[in-house]
Design a protein around this ligand. Structure first.
Ligand SMILES: Cc1ncc(COP(=O)(O)O)c(C=O)c1O
Length: 387
């Protein structure tokens, strides 16, 4: 869709219209699911822009244009999962290259870096990116990439995106930001100087817990070309049906995120006041040590909340005691989920590293959905009463 530079479209309009044109064959308002692996070519050496679906698929391209519009980028590149999106960026590097990464990322990202890619000769240094000096000190002449997540999973730590971009660029490296927790509704890293935004679209962007997917968004043509090349050459594409589902989810992102932000804040406040909670991690609370930074670079604080209950036994009884909050991995769907990161999403992180970051056996992570907030609070009250 063309946009008048004099009057940029608002986020809610972009969510529905960015990159969407009626189908050229029928005028269908929703992009068809082009469920095909290949395309008939009119003559040898000629094609209509589509040769083979690992390389081109119109449904996937509709999703990619939409996500690029939401993040304020010029190119979206969709993947089969969030991890394969991150992996594609790392596959632009070579053996001997060095990556600086936030230590408190999603556990699967940490496992891929530590146990898969390091075997191929890529070197990693893990840092606490709340402290820009620590990040700067970790940069080396062979550092090609700085990877951060903000807020982090599950400690809800933040890093200053502008400072991270400056540090990366001073060292001639790229800044990649995992924006899965925030979504572009709450935070747009490219506007702070990031080079690559990554999403597990499995989470808020799709929003209905029925797809595994990932995406990269960039605003540099050469970088986009390199990433498209890696995807074409290694193959981690999403199927057309999954691309279509994520696009359908993205069209209501603004409405869902408003509700997630409201419910997340209400649950964080409730847990903070409840005597069972020893500490509540939520950037929207004034007590969060980086609340000022949160207000500067985010416009909302999501539905992700972590609470420390003091012991593994209390955490187990809490997550087994809720009725509406389902005990499950993942996050970002319309329904509320609850889990213990040390035993679930972050089980693959070494125990001593987990402890050092505060990912204790007593830490419970909630993905607050968009159900009625009164019902959610009652559910939590009931489960906490049993501790
Ligand atoms: C912040 C974050 N990034 C990346 C991933 C990986 O995404 P996927 O499960 O789609 O591969 C996850 C998964 O939980 C996540 O929470």
């Amino acid at each position: 869709m063309s946009t008048d530079p004099q009057r940029p479209l608002a986020f809610g309009t972009l969510a529905i219209h960015a990159g969407q044109e009626p189908d050229p064959t029928t005028g269908a308002v929703m992009p068809p699911i082009y469920q095909t692996s290949t395309y008939r070519q009119p003559a040898l050496g000629e094609h209509l822009g589509y040769e083979y679906a690992r390389v081109q698929n119109p449904t996937r391209e509709a999703l990619e244009r939409n996500l690029a519009g939401l993040e304020g980028g010029t190119h979206g590149i969709a993947f089969a999962s969030g991890l394969s999106a991150i992996e594609a960026v790392l596959k632009t590097l070579s053996a001997g290259d060095h990556v600086v990464s936030e230590e408190n990322t999603y556990g699967g990202t940490n496992r891929m870096f530590n146990r898969v890619l390091s075997r191929l000769g890529i070197q990693f240094t893990f840092v606490d990116s709340r402290d820009p000096d620590q990040v700067r000190d970790a940069m080396r002449p062979e550092t090609r990439l700085l990877h951060v997540e903000t807020p982090t999973n599950p400690m809800m730590r933040l890093c200053d995106l502008r400072a991270m971009a400056d540090i990366a660029h001073e060292a001639d490296a790229l800044l990649m930001v995992d924006n899965t927790f925030s979504t572009p509704f709450n935070q747009r890293p490219l506007e702070f100087g990031a080079d690559i935004v990554v999403h597990s679209t499995t989470k808020y962007l799709n929003g209905h817990s029925d797809v595994i997917g990932g995406a990269l968004i960039v605003n540099d043509d050469d970088l986009a070309e390199e990433l498209f090349f890696v995807r074409k050459s290694t193959g981690a594409v999403p199927g057309p049906m999954d691309a279509w589902l994520v696009l359908r989810g993205a069209k209501t992102l603004h409405l869902r995120m408003q509700a997630h932000n409201q419910n997340g804040l209400a649950v964080a406040r409730f847990l903070q006041e409840h005597p069972a909670g020893e500490a509540v991690h939520y950037p929207g609370l004034e007590s969060h040590p980086q609340h000022d930074l949160a207000v500067r670079q985010m416009t909302g604080f999501t539905g992700m909340v972590s609470v420390e209950l003091g012991s593994g036994d209390r955490a187990r009884r809490f997550v087994e005691g809720t009725r509406l909050f389902a005990l499950a991995e993942s996050l970002g769907g319309v329904e509320s989920l609850i889990g213990v990161p040390a035993l679930m999403t972050h089980a693959s992180v070494a125990p001593e590293r987990r402890e050092a970051m505060g990912v204790t056996d007593g830490l419970v992570r909630l993905s607050v959905g968009i159900e009625d907030i009164g019902d959610l609070i009652e559910d939590l009250k009931g489960a906490l009463a049993g501790l």
